[in-house]
Design a protein around this ligand. Structure first.
Ligand SMILES: C[S@@+](CC[C@H](N)C(=O)[O-])C[C@H]1O[C@@H](n2cnc3c(N)ncnc32)[C@H](O)[C@@H]1O
Length: 242
């Protein structure tokens, strides 16, 4: 069986002869086929093979993530990273999550860490809708302030001990805004990039240093999150900038 279970939905990529047999899988109540991605909105063709609807609640690491599997991506490959980041946050920190999505990082931080405040920024209205739902579902309204918009325009400045840049696609163009969100005395950024094998960690570190413009940069950690495409990796670099 090729597919992934998100909440109670098994998401498959091909039509199947007897989809009912898939209901034997633990926790699966519905089967949805996602086809080609079409149109300028880049939404996939959706066929519900068993059950009704495409909205579900996915559970991971004691957090709840409500999402519509036909509209929102859920990356299993990022599970370890979501857990790791929540474990790094220390008491009374302020965190700015520049690319919050449905709360992939913000929710585990608010649920598991002693964070003071998370500013969670998201540009996409559908993702933002689920971000707000997930803040309520996980009962972390006191800890997370959601902000709808482009992080380049709406990110708070000079407040953060830690900035999350969990997005790949010209992420380096956002480095100035991440550094601008840090407190004057500095802090830590978690910078994601998709990078060809031979530039692995060299290019992301160079880009961080360039954006830091002579400020002191200490690389705390470098990690491959997953293979992005053949010969290209999704990596994260934790860097302290003072
Ligand atoms: C796909 S998520 C990252 C996935 C996540 N790291 C995980 O663990 O699965 C990245 C989010 O950044 C949002 N985004 C992209 N550009 C943005 C911008 N300029 N400002 C705010 N959010 C943005 C996208 O809409 C998307 O929801």
């Amino acid at each position: 069986m090729k597919g992934k279970v998100i909440g109670d939905i098994l998401v498959v990529k091909k039509d199947m002869e007897n989809p009912e047999t898939l209901l034997d899988l633990p926790g699966v109540n519905r089967v949805v086929k996602l086809g080609k991605i079409k149109g300028f909105k880049r939404e996939p063709e959706v066929k519900v093979l068993i059950g009704e609807g495409t909205e579900t609640i996915h559970r991971e690491n004691h957090c709840l993530f409500k999402l519509d599997v036909s509209k929102i991506m859920w990356s299993k490959g990022n599970t370890t990273e979501r857990k790791r980041i929540a474990e790094l946050v220390e008491a009374d920190e302020t965190v700015v999550d520049l690319f919050a999505g449905i709360g992939y990082f913000s929710i585990p931080i608010a649920v598991h860490s002693p964070v003071k405040k998370v500013y969670s920024i998201e540009i996409n209205p559908t993702a933002y809708h689920y971000l707000e739902e997930n803040i309520r579902l996980n009962k972390v309204t006191e800890k997370i302030k959601s902000i709808h918009g482009d992080c380049r325009e709406v990110a708070p400045k000079g407040v953060a001990d830690r900035v999350l840049m969990g997005y790949i696609g010209y992420t380096h163009r956002y480095l100035d805004f991440a550094i601008g969100a840090l407190k004057e005395e500095g802090g830590i950024i978690h910078y994601h990039e998709s990078v060809p094998d031979k530039l692995k960690f060299i290019r992301p570190v160079e880009r961080i240093k360039k954006a830091a413009e002579g400020r002191q940069v200490e690389v705390l950690n470098k990690k491959i999150i997953k293979t992005y495409s053949p010969g290209v990796f999704h990596v994260v670099v934790d860097a302290k900038i003072v």
